[in-house]
Design a protein around this ligand. Structure first.
Ligand code: CU
Length: 290
């Protein structure tokens, strides 16, 4: 399509240059005399060429492109992952397993993955440019798109439908993994959260359950059953926080809990006004959730 548009654009500019060079040739300032432009040229370049070019491009995009990338027939895909858009993060659920995770999507390489996309609030759009076209995430609808990676690696995804203040920072990483690695990841994700082992981490767990954290976040196997924010069951195994906004390291995690609004203004997690001690304990707890 780019090649076709370059040819058409170059043709149009070329005709403009010809017209400019011929200006004033027989009187009129720009286009010469009317008789000097044959009617046939107007029909060919004004109607014929655009008609043929646009119909051809329409055919390419509507038949070829859509066929190549169309929502897969579930019987030809090996697996399904449900992805739910939230302001401003992504929830992933793996049907047939208890796995609920966020912002980092793991999938096996060389496998046709059926993404079922929907939204918990406003319209978002799921887009991992290296792996396929985008698909809108509309509340109450289940749209599908095929994801296929033929190389293991990390692929960046981005919300591509304006969804509010932090829309630009609603990113995602897709980890396409070799099957054995993927199965190991999934097996670990299926487990409930690890029991904290140090005194600080145990105190952090108590804080988490007693504070407001548990009303917004889900940690499998604990009383934390909220779904306003991302599931944190295996938070320590994610590489980023805040939908790919900051690295998942203890100092950044502490900064996030201290005041998420300073990192992602307008985010749906409030500044809870916690002291250093409580923050340290929460970090000790969350950082042990492998
Ligand atoms: Cu969004």
């Amino acid at each position: 399509m780019l090649a076709a548009s370059v040819v058409v654009f170059a043709g149009a500019v070329g005709l403009l240059v010809v017209a400019y060079l011929r200006r004033g040739v027989r009187g009129l300032p720009f286009f010469g005399e009317r008789e000097s432009v044959p009617e046939g040229m107007v029909l060919v370049f004004g109607i014929g060429v655009p008609l043929v070019a646009l119909v051809a491009l329409f055919g390419v995009s509507d038949v070829y492109l859509v066929k190549q990338t169309s929502p897969p027939n579930p019987s030809t895909t090996a697996m399904t992952i449900n992805v739910i858009g939230h302001q401003y993060w992504w929830e992933m659920r793996y049907p047939g397993t208890p796995v609920i995770t966020a912002n980092e999507l793991h999938m096996p390489v060389d496998t046709r993955v059926n993404i079922v996309a929907t939204s918990a609030d406003v319209i978002h759009s799921f887009w991992v440019p290296a792996l396929n076209r985008k698909i809108d995430m509309v509340p109450g609808r289940r749209n599908r798109v095929l994801l296929y990676a033929n190389q293991p690696g990390e692929y960046r995804g981005q919300c591509s439908q304006f969804c509010g203040m932090q829309h630009a920072h609603m990113a995602m990483i897709v980890f396409a993994q070799r099957p054995a690695q993927y199965r190991a990841w999934l097996a670990n994700e299926e487990r409930s959260a690890m029991t904290p082992t140090t005194a600080a981490a145990r105190a952090g767990e108590r804080d988490f359950m007693n504070d407001q954290c548990a009303s917004c976040h889900y940690i499998a196997g604990t009383p934390a059953q909220g779904f306003i924010g991302p599931a944190l069951t295996h938070l320590a195994d994610r590489t980023t926080l805040g939908a790919n906004e900051i690295p998942n390291r203890p100092a950044w995690l502490a900064a996030w809990i201290r005041n998420p609004q300073a990192i992602k203004p307008g985010v749906r997690m409030p500044d809870l006004g916690l002291g250093d001690n409580a923050i340290g304990q929460l970090v000790a707890y969350l950082d042990g959730l492998h």
